[in-house]
Design a binder for this molecule. Structure first.
Ligand SMILES: Cc1cc2nc3c(=O)[nH]c(=O)nc-3n(C[C@H](O)[C@H](O)[C@H](O)COP(=O)(O)OP(=O)(O)OC[C@H]3O[C@@H](n4cnc5c(N)ncnc54)[C@H](O)[C@@H]3O)c2cc1C
Length: 371
């Protein structure tokens, strides 16, 4: 980005930042990555769900399991670790896809799903999960994940049972099974062992701020436990007036002292302030304090199901197909340009047309085969 002929770099390496001229500014907007090294076995045996690549791997693995189980009558068992927004959305979507061909079990250390969500969204999500027979294991901490060989898997698993393999290899191997040891986080619950064909990990994230080399330690940024840079309300990193951080890279508290959530809504709103404040800093003008406007929350709960609780109408939650349509409209409105809106709208339209044709075809096939 170039502002008033002064280059404002969005750079990947902090070391470069400190060799920049005095007029240069650095913006940290590197996002976050899934954090799997929280419990033994998660890194090796669970698939994260954070990037497009992760989603493609999950799809590939599910397809492999669907092929393997086709016509056999055995159920595909999927364990989703974490019942925050991602975990709940994933459990709802996977259970909709598998229907009666699989069982989805979702585990959360808290005794509720999406603890910070508006009540309406949480209830809508619970309704959908229950209608799709998702088993919720609430109040449990996943202590470890291990790979097991069973009768079906032994032939393939024994060939590469030595050593730990990277998560990316898991998607290619469709006959491994895993066990999850669940430790109660609440009184009155008993330890449990779950078996799964696929373990999806949605717990924890870590900001992607690069590590400094030892010689750069004096320039160390103030980071919180999630690796986010602590900023003041103008989005300047504390103690580093030439560095700004926003989105998942930044840790900013609202006036009540609560950390702003790592969401696109926050990142999107901060971007305008960061742009303005860069200009202001370079031109020795006063910087604006960022104030988050909570517009509400949206959840995707399957192909044609969503929940929306707008913050400006107290107590209102749109669910099901209406929620789904409202969510799509909200996304279209928030896209940056008309060109984006047109392209995205067109792709949604094409996809729903293809889905409708497929539904009609399968209905006709069922009717004909039944007659
Ligand atoms: C599965 C999932 C679902 C989500 N759903 C929602 C939702 O429904 N609503 C919502 O508000 N939020 C949602 N979020 C959160 C939201 O995606 C993030 O909060 C938001 O994208 C953060 O924006 P950002 O600009 O900080 O980071 P990002 O959008 O992650 O952008 C950072 C960019 O920096 C790039 N980058 C990283 N490192 C480097 C480097 N060294 N050099 C150069 N480039 C680099 C990355 O490739 C990336 O393109 C979801 C997140 C996940 C994982």
């Amino acid at each position: 980005m170039v502002l008033n002929n002064q280059v404002v770099g969005v750079l990947c390496c902090l070391k470069v930042a400190f060799s920049l001229s005095m007029t240069a500014r650095l913006v940290l907007a590197l996002g976050a990555e899934a954090k799997l090294d929280i419990v033994p076995g998660a890194l090796e045996f669970a698939l994260p769900f954070s990037t497009l690549e992760d989603a493609c791997k999950v799809d590939k693995k599910l397809r492999a399991l669907e092929r393997k189980n086709f016509g056999k009558g055995s159920l595909i068992r999927v364990a989703v670790v974490g019942c925050g927004y991602s975990g709940v959305e994933l459990a709802a979507t996977v259970s909709e896809r598998l229907q009666d061909r699989g069982i989805v079990q979702a585990i959360n250390v808290e005794t509720t799903i999406c603890p910070t969500a508006p009540t309406g969204n949480r209830e809508a999500a619970l309704k959908v999960l229950s209608s799709r027979k998702v088993q919720l294991l609430l109040g449990y901490f996943v202590r470890c994940i291990q790979r097991v060989s069973d009768v079906e898997a032994s032939a393939e698993a024994s060939a590469d049972a030595t050593g730990i393999r990277e998560g990316k290899d898991i998607a290619e191997c469709n006959s491994e099974k895993y066990v999850l040891e669940l430790q109660p986080a609440e009184r009155g619950l008993e330890s449990q062992i779950l078996e799964a064909d696929l373990v999806l990990w949605t717990v924890g994230s870590k900001a992607l701020l690069p590590e400094l080399e030892p010689c750069d330690k004096p320039h160390e940024l103030p980071l919180n436990a999630r690796g986010q840079a602590e900023t003041d309300e103008t989005l300047q990193v504390k103690g580093h007036p030439r560095i700004f951080a926003l989105g998942d890279s930044s840790a900013l508290r609202d006036p009540t002292g609560r950390l702003l959530p790592a969401t696109a809504q926050v990142a999107f709103q901060q971007a305008d302030f960061a742009g303005w404040n860069l200009w202001a800093a370079i031109n020795q003008r006063p910087l604006l304090p960022f104030r988050f406007q909570n517009l509400g929350e949206m959840m995707t709960l399957g192909r044609n199901d969503a929940a929306i609780s707008p913050s400006f109408i107290e107590g209102l939650t749109l669910e099901g197909a209406i929620g789904h349509a409202a969510r799509k409209i909200a996304y279209l409105i928030r896209l940056p340009t008309d060109e984006h809106r047109f392209k995205v709208g067109l792709s949604w339209f094409a996809k729903s047309a293809i889905d409708s044709v497929a539904t009609v075809q399968s209905t006709i096939t069922k009717v004909l085969s039944g007659s």
